[in-house]
Design a protein around this ligand. Structure first.
Ligand code: PGA
Length: 251
């Protein structure tokens, strides 16, 4: 199993900064690593980053997508265009979009469907808020989000899907959850997937990864967990050295 290590640069970098960071990561990638490394710059930096990583093993990902193939949708970007640029992955339903842009489970579902039909891999973000956690709703929330994102979508053949469990309240806080807690939630997610798809499909076509204040120190303990198959990294992916150190822990 190859760990999936995703850098989510959010809206932090301009075009030149994105190219420079991608170059630094490309040039310092450990020779032997057990990871599928994905860089997710903003839409406008995708083409320059695609140029920087062309011919390497680093994959390109977008941070969002629209759910229709083409048409009068001002300001939106289609999965077809993302594929043309060279994206292999698309983050869908990040909590910042669910929060600031009011993306519902229904919108997330439509985007996931579009991305899979395009032959790209969605990285579906799910996770509970602090209040939901305090109210004992965590498992219910993640089960509901997974089910609503995927129900009715066939996952067959070489379709790939990543589920990123990101407790909303720890994102960007510098304080991750205990790796054992992530592991417990990952088990709930895995069971939810098994309720929808055959076990073999869950084993072969899905990866469950953790996100939320992952850094080069705590990543080791996350990757030690049985069901943590990678990490989604925000803040710590903005410094090449730190991100490279995270990748080094997969070897
Ligand atoms: P963080 O962000 O690593 O800064 O917590 C993770 C994410 O939002 O994907």
């Amino acid at each position: 199993m190859k760990y999936l290590i995703v850098a989510n640069w959010k809206m932090n970098l301009g075009i030149k900064e994105s190219a420079a960071l991608a170059e630094e990561i490309r040039d310092n990638l450990p020779d032997k690593n057990e990871a599928e490394v994905v860089l997710c710059p903003s839409f406008v930096a995708l083409t320059v980053v695609a140029d920087v990583i062309r011919g390497t093993e680093i994959a390109l990902g977008a941070q969002d997508v629209f759910w229709e193939d083409r048409g009068a949708y001002t300001g939106e970007v289609s999965s077809r265009t993302l594929k043309e640029i060279g994206c292999k992955y698309v983050i869908v339903g990040h909590s910042e979009r669910r929060g600031y842009l009011k993306e519902s489970d229904e919108v997330v579902h439509k985007k996931v469907k579009q991305v899979i039909n395009e032959g790209l891999t969605p990285i579906i973000c799910i996770g509970e808020s602090f209040n939901e956690r305090q109210e004992g709703q965590k498992d219910y929330i993640v089960m509901t989000q997974v089910t609503r994102a995927l129900s009715g979508i066939d996952i067959v053949g070489d379709h790939k899907v990543a589920i990123a469990y990101e407790p909303v309240w720890v994102i960007g806080s510098g304080q991750a959850v205990e790796p054992e807690e992530a592991e417990n939630t990952h088990r709930v997610i895995r069971q939810t997937l098994i309720d929808i798809y055959p076990t073999a499909t869950v084993n072969n076509n899905f990866k469950i990864i953790y996100g939320g204040s992952v850094d080069s120190y705590n990543v080791v303990d996350f990757l030690k967990q049985d069901t943590v198959q990678g990490v989604l990294v925000g803040s710590a992916s903005l410094k090449a050295k730190e991100f490279i150190n995270i990748i080094c822990h997969t070897t």
